[in-house]
Design a protein around this ligand. Structure first.
Ligand code: HSE
Length: 319
């Protein structure tokens, strides 16, 4: 397979995601309409040359090198497609803030996979990209919806294969995501999890999950309210999120149908009907403010398209 010419460029849009939705620890995740935009280009140099330039809405310019998840993902594409690595530059316009529980790492993995694949004319199938993405991140509930969009339930079947079920989400249901200035890494949030849980907690989560999936499918508010409960990770993680329970309380008092930690936190997600979104958002921000934590709380919809790439104009000339 021939390498792309130097200067070949693609754009990749990757949505944010909320993982562990309610009782769906490590399996249920949804894509939301807040996205990172990556511009990826083959540049002069050998396969070890990689530079990631991040431009965030806060105006800071961060840089990353070959240790970045984006580059590790691109390498997995080159290995699987049996092409020689080549030098890359990636710029990301960052709307999904890092370490907030909105799948920012998943956007880097997915952009690395989709972008590297697109630059070599897409030899790898979407199924292969999904398999690589789950393998790189280690859990499926961010990377799967980030790649294919929508509400995704991903389970490792008894056959050891990953199986993905795309679930329905009634469009009347929206998500307010309160994003604090606090950061929390997934590894830290995983460290506080117990190795075993009581069987009664596991049974409760299975019941809640069934109610929630039916509620999201039909838009029935009582099913969503009864289903948005978790006993597998939240009881251990709330203590890592300063003011988190007060923010949840404020959302529920303002009419949210249910409220949960988004991913591993610290963002807090509330499900609601659109007309209550503004009130819930203001209440969540105010609750965090009284704990001395700055935040913002956008009202988001389900993003159903997943990641998309577009060809860019070729910059420069020689091969
Ligand atoms: N399911 C993962 C966890 C999501 O809770 O650790 C992290 O983004």
């Amino acid at each position: 397979m021939s390498l792309p010419i130097i200067g070949k460029k693609v754009f990749v849009e990757v949505p944010s995601t909320t993982a562990n939705l309610g009782p769906g620890f490590d399996c249920l995740g949804a894509a939301l309409d807040l996205k990172n935009l990556f511009t990826i280009q083959r540049v002069e140099g050998n396969g070890e040359r990689f530079e990631l330039i991040m431009e965030s809405t806060e105006g800071n310019h961060l840089r990353g090198g070959p240790e970045n998840l984006f580059y590790r993902a691109a390498q997995r594409v080159w290995n699987a497609a049996e092409v020689e690595p080549f030098a890359l530059e990636a710029r990301v316009s960052l709307a999904v803030p890092p370490a907030r529980g909105l799948g920012s790492s998943a956007t880097a993995i997915v952009a690395g996979l989709v972008g590297a694949n697109a630059l070599i004319n897409n030899p790898l199938s979407k199924e292969k990209l999904l398999e690589l993405a789950i393998d790189i991140e280690g859990h499926p509930d961010n990377v799967v919806p980030s790649l294919i969009g929508g509400l995704c339930f991903t389970a490792k079947a008894a056959s050891e294969r990953w199986r993905i079920v795309r679930c329905e989400w009634d469009s009347s249901i929206k998500a307010v995501v309160a994003i604090p200035s606090l950061r929390l890494s997934t590894s830290e949030a995983r460290r506080v999890m117990p190795k075993n849980v009581p069987i009664s907690d596991a049974v409760m989560n299975m019941g809640s999950l069934t109610l929630l999936l039916n509620g999201l499918k039909t838009g029935k508010e009582d099913l969503i309210s009864e289903g948005m409960h978790d006993k597998l990770h939240e009881p251990y993680r709330w203590k890592l999120i300063k003011g988190g329970l007060a923010v949840k309380d404020a959302a529920m008092r303002s009419g949210a149908l249910g409220c949960a930690i988004s991913g591993a936190g610290p963002s807090v997600l509330a499900l609601c009907k659109e007309d209550l979104g503004k009130r819930i958002s203001q209440a969540m921000v105010k609750a965090w403010e009284s704990e001395g934590v700055a935040s913002r709380a956008p009202l988001l919809s389900l993003q159903t398209e997943g990641s998309r790439w577009y060809p860019g104009k070729i910059v420069g000339s020689s091969t």
